[in-house]
Design a protein around this ligand. Structure first.
Ligand code: CA
Length: 242
């Protein structure tokens, strides 16, 4: 059924919107592209999209309002298209209920990976997979065992907890304060703790700990455990930093 796979793109930059439409269509999605909030509301009501790609700066209003309006009704995955150096805005978008964001200019493979992650989480909802796999890692959340290329890796309890929180949100950014709250019970815990433990995890899990490919930092926002590592060398970029 067509409406089940429909992705709503809300972006007022017409050339970027067209590129996104072509990319998503080529990837097998049904796409509806609009350039204003008013159209976005209408098309959302009409098509009930499976996911929404949303630019925040729109001619007739603020995309953050749209996020809140969507979240008041349902859990449709929302991936925000945002400018570089807009950390505060990214955090506000996540606070409002966005699932993730990509930073302009972004690679097409990166965007598709984020979209797949957002859709996957919408499907999983309850009961997450007992074993999460990405790259060389297999993380058994129930047995609390982590393997890298089949070899068991010794992690401290805190290291495991951090990795488990990231694995449960595979491919998505987890905000610093959410990690602190999940692992230390308070979002006011020192963010420096996190940096130390992430450093230890990278030393144990990454092929090149100084150039992490699995445990990636989103500066000013949080960390993510990469679901698709193949795009990191991606070439084509879409959208200008604005
Ligand atoms: Ca815009």
């Amino acid at each position: 059924m067509a409406t089940e796979a429909t992705i709503l793109i809300v972006e007022d930059d017409a050339s970027l919107r067209r590129s996104l439409e072509m990319t998503l269509k080529a990837a097998g999605y049904v796409v509806v592209g609009v350039g204003t909030l008013a159209e976005a509301r209408r098309m959302r009501a009409h098509y009930k999209p499976r996911a929404i790609l949303l630019d925040l700066g729109l001619p007739d209003g603020d995309g953050l309002e749209f996020i809140s309006a969507v979240r008041a009704g349902d859990l449709t995955p929302i991936v925000v298209l945002t400018a570089r150096d807009a950390e505060a805005l990214k955090v506000r978008a996540l606070d409002a209920g966005a699932d993730d964001y990509v930073t302009k200019p972004f690679g097409l493979e990166e965007l598709l990976a984020r979209l797949r992650a957002a859709l996957r989480h919408a499907v999983q909802a309850a009961g997450s997979a007992p074993v999460v796999r990405t790259g060389p890692l297999a993380i058994d959340l129930a047995a609390r065992v982590v393997r890298r290329e089949g070899r068991e890796i010794e992690l401290s309890p805190k290291e495991f907890e951090i990795l488990a929180v990231l694995a449960a949100q595979l491919g998505k950014v987890v905000r610093h304060q959410d990690l602190l709250k999940a692992v230390w019970g308070s979002e006011r815990a020192d963010i420096q703790y996190l940096r130390v433990y992430i450093g230890q995890l990278r030393a144990k899990l990454e092929a090149h700990p100084s150039r992490p490919a699995l445990l990636v930092s989103d500066p000013g926002v949080g960390y993510r455990l990469m679901a698709d590592t193949e795009w990191s060398g991606g070439v084509s970029r879409l959208g200008r930093p604005s």
